[in-house]
Ligand binder design. Structure first.
Ligand code: ATP
Length: 322
């Protein structure tokens, strides 16, 4: 478990993290969501003792990082996948890490196997693709078999296969009972990966809840009704006090469950061509909840062709003007 209380970090006049309190539970994938510059990396560095908080504290399983006896046995992290000596092989890199952290060398082959790098273990890490480097970084994070894992933007720049692999891998780690905290500014990706969310904007906490709750809180769930007897259906819904508006497909109904609407249609003898639940997306929820703290816009292909192509349709949200 990770617990941050009143965590703050200033760099001169910049307040990177502002009185942030949150908890990350074991056995779940928790997404750390916020646009670029929101303070995610700074928070992760403070969790790992790489940056000292200006105020507040953060504990991993009840202890500050510097109080951990053998830190890599408690917490593993992937911050920068390219942090590896380019001329060292993947195996040599991990052996060096294991040795310098007094971890058994047999773990090296185990973690190489876990991340699927056994076949390329003796190749120079400098020649690795980004996806392979990410796997090597994850292998390093797993060396001490820690219960707590932190990943900073692990899918950035990966191809669809790499993204899927990382997503499944995070779920597997959480299913093993570990605490998995993963930062991203890719909302669609987080909607698929994270069960819980810690959402920040401009260093401040915006929400901490399940992904489902986050979407439900910020967006309206509606039911679409299509019928050749729309006027009849509308007056029946009005009688029930439902919120009804018309759009090009038919009626959009709020404040009534889909089953109730179906039963009402049957009772009134209205023929239905469609009755479907529409749920808000994480993007809508994010824009709704962060609207006050910072202005966002959804970037399209023109704005960031590489990110767009590599995230297979994910919407990449960034602060307006960035
Ligand atoms: N070492 C530093 N010195 C000065 N300012 C910093 C430093 N590190 C971060 N900042 C500033 O703190 C703010 C938060 O940065 P941070 O990198 O934590 O955000 P982020 O959410 O991780 O964004 P990104 O996804 O772009 O890395 C930004 O305004 C950034 O410019």
């Amino acid at each position: 478990m990770i617990e941050a209380v009143g965590l703050s970090k200033r760099y001169g006049k910049t307040v990177a993290v502002d009185d942030l309190s949150f908890t990350v539970q074991a056995g779940r994938v928790t997404g750390f969501l916020g646009p670029n510059g929101a303070g995610k990396s700074t928070t992760m560095r403070m969790i790992l003792g790489l940056d000292a908080p200006s105020a507040g504290s953060v504990r991993i399983d009840g202890k500050r990082y510097r109080e951990l006896h053998q830190p890599l046995r408690t917490v593993g992290a992937l911050l920068d996948a390219k942090w590896v000596h380019p001329n060292r092989s993947a195996r040599a890199h991990l052996r060096w890490l294991a040795k310098s952290n007094r971890l058994p060398s047999k773990r090296v082959d185990e973690v190489l196997e876990t991340v699927g790098l056994t076949g390329v273990a003796n190749r120079r890490a400098g020649g690795f693709s980004l996806g392979m480097s990410q796997r090597l970084g994850i292998a390093a994070a797993l060396l001490g078999d820690p219960q707590v894992l932190l990943f900073d933007e692990p899918v950035n720049g990966l191809d669809p296969e790499g993204i899927l692999w990382i997503r499944r891998f995070m779920h597997r780690l959480a299913d093993e009972g570990r605490t998995v905290f993963v930062s991203s500014h890719l909302l669609s990706e987080m909607a698929l990966t994270a069960q819980e969310l810690v959402v920040i904007g401009r260093g401040k906490l915006i929400a901490q809840c399940s992904t489902e709750e986050f979407v439900a809180q910020a967006t309206e769930n509606t039911v679409t009704v299509r019928s050749p007897q729309l006027a009849l259906m509308r007056s029946a819904l009005d009688e029930q006090g439902a919120g009804v508006r018309e759009d090009k497909d038919g009626l959009v109904v709020s404040g009534m469950e889909m089953a109730e609407i179906g039963e009402l249609a049957a009772a009134k003898g209205v023929v239905l061509h469609e009755l479907s639940q529409q749920r808000g997306s994480l993007e809508e929820a994010f824009i709704q909840l962060t609207g006050d703290s910072v202005e966002y816009h959804a970037m399209g292909v023109d704005a960031d062709p590489i990110a767009e192509a590599q995230t297979t349709g994910s919407t990449d949200l960034q602060p307006a003007g960035k």
